[in-house]
Design a protein around this ligand. Sequence first.
Ligand SMILES: Cc1cc2nc3c(=O)[nH]c(=O)nc-3n(C[C@H](O)[C@H](O)[C@H](O)COP(=O)(O)OP(=O)(O)OC[C@H]3O[C@@H](n4cnc5c(N)ncnc54)[C@H](O)[C@@H]3O)c2cc1C
Length: 370
Amino acid sequence: MSLDFDTDVFVAGGGPAGLAVAIAARRKGLRVMLADCSVPPIDKACGEGLMPDAQLALRQLGVHLDRSEGFPFRGIRFLDGGLCADASFPEEGGIGMRRTVLHGRMAQHASALGVDLLWGKRVSGIDGDRISVAGTTVRSRWIVGADGIGSRVRRWSGLDNGSGRELRFGFRLHYRVAPWTDCMEIYWGDGCQVYVTPVGPEDVCVALISRDHRLRLDQALNHFPELLSMLNGTAPVTMERGAVSATRRFKAVHRGRVALAGDASGSVDAITGEGICLGFQQALALAEALANGDLAQYQAEHKRILRRPTFMARTMLLMEHRARLRRRALQAFSSSPRIFAGMLAMHIGAASPFEFAANGIELGWRMLAG
Ligand SMILES: Cc1cc2nc3c(=O)[nH]c(=O)nc-3n(C[C@H](O)[C@H](O)[C@H](O)COP(=O)(O)OP(=O)(O)OC[C@H]3O[C@@H](n4cnc5c(N)ncnc54)[C@H](O)[C@@H]3O)c2cc1C
């Protein structure tokens, strides 16, 4: 601990990734300060599904979710016109949880650990070890940019050099309807997907993702009559919120004393439901590297963490505009649920690439034969 600095770690951005970094670094005994321009509980357009790997990482951060605060789901279901296929996660299920609930729980945990939380304070610049935050200057040994997909910390640090700039646009609403499903459901349409996550005994979250920034949920739902009938004419109970999504990587995620985490450090398309999990896993790896004073170690771990979800995002997006390919895949999944279960296990990191390849070959064979 150096008294030349006001803090050991300064985290810019207090979304799920920033809070996770703050918690993980604090658990390593570092002094941590975090600033976010919003105040908790912070909401964001999101499908609100936490996959089993996200829950595992959260437990490693010492955050134990009360399942009654959300709604458990056993797996993923794909629907396309009359076709339907689903699979369960191999062991633990997923949980649907309102962003505000998750954020509240994480903020509470960070505060209990002694993180210095500056809510409602915008970070406006960094210069060496100095951070400008809401009119004052803080000096920190390490600076973490967890300020989301459009990260300014990334730009200020010259880390904006990367690949994959294709954006998709997401919108979400909540409906007061008892969940009809024990899965997170993804409705595939031409040019858009709508997914449904049960988030409480009387609430479902409905999220739209497409490449058309003008498309809104009320228009998109007209393409999914089976989903409309489940919503049964109910009016949404929240305001529509939008956010961008991208599958994006950057050449480096650290420079000097600055490191990036969460969407600021690269992201996978929202369709994977893995964004929050990545932030948690990166936070654990970053705290380890900060404690060792070795950000190169974080760079290597970050690359490893992003590899599988990036591959899964690209694989899933292959189905976006190829209706015939998609329908053939769904037919193969529904006639051989084992293949879909194998893919899902790979998706959450519970199966090896070798098992995935074996499933992929069988899937390809069935699609050709079908
Ligand atoms: C439509 C949609 C659906 C999704 N569905 C899922 C899903 O089901 N499951 C899942 O795991 N992921 C999902 N995601 C992805 C997930 O939402 C993101 O990966 C996740 O929010 C990233 O967390 P983060 O903390 O990195 O960034 P954010 O959540 O964006 O948080 C960044 C924080 O930084 C703050 N900030 C920004 N600039 C400044 C500044 N200058 N000073 C201070 N504070 C600042 C912001 O106020 C914000 O609180 C979805 C995304 C979209 C768009």
